[in-house]
Structure formats: C-alpha cells, structure tokens
Design a protein around this ligand. Structure first.
Ligand code: GDP
Length: 431
C-alpha cells in the first residue's frame, strides 16, 4: 500500500509534520524528488528539526528511509544531516540511497549562484542549492548516476573530461569564474563514493519486494503543486515534478501502486521566491500573519528569509488539489488564524473584467485580481482540541467552506505543530 503526501500550494504546507505523524504506522518512507533546497520542520520527542534531504520518517526505529532515484542527491549534505540527528540522540536511522539517484555536484551550487547573480533583479529567488543546474544536467545526460561511482574508472574519467569541457566554456566566457579541474572533479566523486557506499542499493527492487510483502510505504513530496515545472507557475517553479504521479517515477514503483494521495493544504497562503501570488497581503497585515504563522513564524527553513503571505486561495488550491489526484486533504495551521476578527478567502480571480475559478497560466495569472469572501473569525485558541465537534462553529464553517471550494474531503485538521495535534474528521465528500 502506497500513500503519497504532497502539497497543494507553494510548499511549506506542513507535509513534514503529516509525514512524521503517518510514519508511525508505516514501514518505508521515500523522498522522490527535489533536493536539499526546501526544508521540512518537525517537532517530536527529540526536539525541533529542519530536515532537507532525509525523509521525515527518520525518527522512528521501525522505518526505512529511502532517497529515491528522482532526488538531487547532495552526498556531503546527506552525511551531515545524518550526523546532526545522531548528535541529538536520534537513533541511527536505516537509510537506503538509490543506485539510480544522480549526484548534485559542488559546481551545480556554483552555477546556481552565478546565474542568480547574472540575472540580478530578474532572478528566480533560487535557494542556490544547485537544483536547477542539477536537473538541467540530468536531462542533458551529463549528470553522474550513483551507480557510475562503482563502475569503470576510465569511463568516469572520460565523462568528467567531457563535462569539464562544457562547463568551462560557460565559466570562462559567460560567468568569468575559475574553471573546473578534471582531477578535482574526479577526486570529489571518489570521496562521495566512500561516503555514500554504506547506503547504496537498488531501492526500486527493495520497494518491489516490500510491495509484494504488503509493507506500508509513504512517498514524501517536497514543495507543492504550484511549483511543478509543467503545471505550476512556470518559470517561477522548481526543477522536478512536485506531483504525486511523479512519485512513482521518482521512487521506482508502478503508478498503479499509489492508492492514496494525501494532499496537504494550508489554511492561509505563504510562498517563497518570485511569481504571481493573487491573494498576497502586505504591510502590517502580512507581518502579523507571518509572525504568528507555522511554528515560530513563516520564515524559510533553509534560508531563514521571510515568506510572502496571503489569504487562503481557493482557486489555486482547488487546482493544486486536482493536479495531485487527491484522495484526502490534511488542512494545516488552522490554529494560527484564531486572532482574526474576520478571515478573507480568495474564491475567484478577476482577469480582464471576468471572474474565474479556474487557475490560469502564468501570463494570465499576472493580471489576476483576487475576489475575496469574508468569514467570521473564531477569536480563540483552538490548540488542544481533539474532536472536530469541539471546534468553534466559525472555525468549522471556515473549514467546510474550504472543502466546498476545493472539492475534496478534508479528513485531517492540524491545529498545532506537534506530532499528535491532529483532528480526524469524517467528511461528507468521503465515499
Ligand atoms: P513542509 O515543507 O510542507 O513540511 O512545511 P514546513 O515545515 O516548511 O512548514 C510548516 C511549518 O508549520 C513548520 O514550522 C511546522 O512545525 C508548522 N506546522 C505544521 N502544522 C502546523 C499546525 O497545524 N499548526 C501550527 N501552528 N504549525 C504547524
């Protein structure tokens, strides 16, 4: 049985918490895309952690954590992240790395940094983790697959030479930066080989066997639908697919194995990086929500930079939920909104004088103005409530309005950052 946990919005929906929570009843947790560019914040018995590369299931003794073939594998980062857990008394997790994962190289980080600097004011707001150059190289067939570290040295050296020729052309003539040296690149790969060797295996075969044995598998997505390169706000997107359907490709399992798609939806909006954000708010209103948001404010887990804030965007979320193939929704951070007298929700986009509920392409999105509907606030702290019926009536009305708008069953309502701060709910949308 495979469940995917993915985001419907721009990321930072609280997928880490939901994964950590569901990992308790799972055997295997798989990261299938992205890299160390976005973080998941998890609060549990060991403390507060910001994970970037490891799946959020690493805190349990009974789980196996997999870095799937679809991930941008930063090997020193992986080792550093494992060490940082063990240093804080988390038992050494069982980790497997796909032999088909590709390696994020130091020069990918450099190219990301140089390109952002070159674009200056027109930059994408990259975290400069090397993700875009990494995936570009993967699809240009000049990436290094983990398996190649264990193959012929001569072949690897030849490939290094070819890659250096291509990269050095850009370094010399476009960026005017120091050139790559073949020997250094090769030595880095050999260092990475030693570091990653204990974890490498054919994870697709491992998952195939696990499926046969009826093991419970979670796929953990990074970022959200609106950052998908095909279906998101291109080009202000990430460089690997954020959709549950890609989970099959990035983990190496059949698409038909994914039977449950839990889409995490945030009760208000936040986004990082540039791009159209129709329900965005500014000034004091935004500062207040940012300060109160998430656990300890809405600031990037990787970069610490303030996130852009907005009201719940039903148009974007309905689309995000649809693109994920959602079977159930976990609505998070609802507790944060308890301070508001009134809560606006964006229920339509006005584009060239016409109101639509369909999420448009980027060109149209830039012109969209929010159509807002206002809900009464509940003006109380709802943390600690464990039954849906015990939530204030205004809070339930807000949740049920979101459900109507996004056309998917909200089966979980998260009212605090902790692992067990969750309210299960029967939805009229459930079959
Ligand atoms: P992810 O990338 O989707 O895992 O999301 P992040 O970890 O970046 O952001 C979620 C933030 O919200 C984290 O700081 C979580 O601890 C916190 N969080 C998750 N669910 C809740 C919730 O229901 N209430 C509150 N107050 N914080 C939450």
């Amino acid at each position: 049985m495979v469940k995917a946990i993915v985001g419907a919005n721009w990321g930072d929906e609280g997928k880490g918490k939901i994964t950590d929570m569901l990992a308790e009843e799972s055997d295997i947790i798989v990261r299938f895309q992205g890299g160390s560019n976005a973080g998941h914040t998890i609060i549990n018995n060991y403390g507060k952690f910001a994970l970037h590369l490891l799946p959020s299931g690493v805190f349990y003794n009974h789980t196996t954590s997999i870095i799937g073939n679809g991930v941008a594998l930063n090997i020193p980062y992986l080792v550093k992240e494992i060490d940082s857990l063990v240093e804080r008394n988390v038992p050494m997790p069982k980790i497997l790395v796909s032999d088909r994962a590709q390696i994020l190289m130091p020069y990918h980080v450099d190219f990301d940094t140089y390109e952002e600097a070159r674009l200056a004011g027109k930059s994408f707001g990259s975290t400069k983790s090397g993700i875009a150059p990494f995936y570009s190289d993967k699809y240009a067939k000049i990436g290094f697959q983990v398996s190649e570290l264990f193959g012929s040295e001569k072949d690897l050296k030849d490939k290094v030479a070819n890659i250096c020729t291509i990269k050095n052309c850009l370094l010399e003539h476009l960026y005017h930066k120091p050139l790559l040296k073949e020997e250094e690149v090769f030595n880095t790969l050999m260092e990475y080989k030693t570091m990653v060797e204990p974890y490498v295996c054919d994870t697709s075969a491992f998952l195939h066997q696990a499926l046969k044995e009826g093991k419970r598998i979670l796929l953990e997505g990074q970022l959200g639908s609106l950052k998908d390169p095909d279906h998101g706000i291109y080009p202000m997107v990430t460089s690997s697919s954020t959709l549950a359907s890609y989970g099959a490709v990035g983990a190496g399992i059949p698409a038909s194995a994914i039977t449950d798609v839990i889409t995490v939806v945030k009760a208000y909006s936040s986004a990082v990086g540039a791009g159209g954000f129709v329900s965005e708010i500014f000034g004091e209103e935004a500062d207040e929500l940012r300060k109160r948001g998430g656990d300890g404010g809405e600031f990037g887990a990787t970069t610490g930079r303030p996130r852009r804030m907005g009201w719940f965007d039903a148009v974007a979320t309905r689309y995000g939920v649809r693109m994920q193939g959602t079977t159930q929704v976990a609505l998070t951070v609802i507790d944060v909104l308890g301070y508001l007298d009134e809560i606006p929700m964006c229920v339509g986009y006005e584009i060239d004088g016409k109101v639509t509920k369909d999420f448009p392409t980027t060109v149209e999105l830039e012109k969209a103005k929010p159509v807002l509907k206002t809900f009464k606030g509940w003006k109380s702290d709802i943390r600690g409530i464990t039954k849906y019926e015990d939530l204030p009536v205004e809070c339930r009305a807000y949740i049920e309005a979101i459900e109507q708008e996004i056309e998917a069953p909200i089966t979980m309502v998260s009212n605090g950052p902790g692992r067990h701060e969750i309210i299960y709910r029967k939805s009229a949308y459930c079959k």
